[in-house]
Design a protein around this ligand. Structure first.
Ligand code: UDP
Length: 307
């Protein structure tokens, strides 16, 4: 295959690039490097099957030659990133998805949208099945990301229904692993950086809110299976092991052999109180389930941050 990955210089996009190159496919990455980094793709830059285009996918995109799959993974993706870049976040989810769909249609390629558990907002149902419509504040600070992704899903389904295009929508739950930016503001990189420096771990609120963390290699495997499938509808990919943020902080302190303590900070606006994927669809239709446990994944990530 010739696979185009928008946002391919980001955390997930670059792991996907590694995966598809490893399978013998050709990979083209488009990234504007707003939150992505060339460091993430430095090791594959000279690979004969790899090419990089620095461009903003909210503008018209042209890619010469055949394409078999277009994976739209470009977007700021952490709460502080979309607070810093609210308008680019809305634009890449809306205009960028439109451009990427248009390109996929022109090339008769399969289109895949990187969607998110944020489409469920601050959920009133736990765990969240794909059939849950969500509970999103459209005008809050997180709304720029949540609504952009909800619009992106709507646009993707419209292209599927109207143009009969093959589409895949992966609803990605909190994912972590090597190549997360140290300063992206998310819980895992914050806690690991703080624990390794012996600084207090900043737990927001009382830390009773829950998340379910998926190691990046499990996510990549799920995405590859979904791409090969025939499911033209959203599929949750995430690890259903749910824990409180406080427990996560304590676990990082222990695994990093750190003497850090916990410092409680104000809870961000609209911070979801619970989050856990219902993965029955992925299990049944893709035969997928996560394999890397939390402690193993955190150990690998801590080693990466240490180095
Ligand atoms: N969080 C925290 N301390 C931090 C960063 C995040 O307590 O230094 C909390 C955050 O409020 C949320 C959870 O950890 O409840 C996960 O946050 P993250 O930004 O990783 O992802 P989210 O699921 O909110 O998109």
């Amino acid at each position: 295959m010739r696979v185009l990955i928008t946002g391919g210089a980001g955390f997930l996009g670059s792991h996907l690039a590694d995966h598809f190159l490893g399978q013998g496919h050709k990979v083209i990455v488009i990234d504007n490097l707003l939150t992505g980094s060339l460091d993430n793709i430095a090791h594959i830059f000279k690979h004969p099957g790899f090419s990089f285009i620095k461009a903003d996918v909210t503008n018209y995109i042209h890619v010469p030659g055949r394409l078999d799959a277009v994976l739209h993974f470009a977007s700021p993706a952490s709460p502080i990133d979309y607070a810093h870049f609210p308008i680019p976040t809305l634009k890449v989810g809306a205009l960028g998805t439109h451009k990427a769909l248009g390109l996929a249609k022109d090339k008769r390629a399969v289109f895949m949208l990187a969607s998110t558990s944020e489409v469920y907002g601050d959920p009133l149902v736990n765990p969240q099945p794909e059939s849950y419509w969500g509970h999103v504040n459209p005008i809050g600070p997180r709304g720029v990301y949540d609504e952009a992704k909800r619009f992106a899903e709507a646009m993707t389904m419209a292209y599927h229904r109207f143009h009969k295009m093959p589409v895949r929508i992966v609803r990605i739950f909190n994912t972590y692993g090597p190549r997360m930016r140290r300063k992206d503001g998310r819980a895992v990189p914050n806690f690991i950086t703080q624990a390794l420096k012996g600084r207090p771990l900043t737990v927001y609120g009382k830390g009773g809110q829950t998340r379910s963390l998926c190691y990046v290699s499990d996510l990549v495997r799920g995405i590859a299976l979904l791409l090969e499938s025939k499911i033209n509808a959203p599929v949750n990919i995430g690890n259903p092991h749910e824990l409180t943020v406080k427990r996560l902080a304590q676990t990082v302190i222990r695994l990093a052999d750190s003497r850090s303590r916990i410092a409680y900070k104000p809870l961000p606006v609209d911070d979801p109180k619970v989050r856990r994927p219902d993965i029955r669809l992925a299990r049944a239709a893709l035969g997928w389930k996560p394999e890397v446990g939390l402690e193993e994944g955190l150990r690998r990530t801590i080693d990466h941050f240490r180095s």
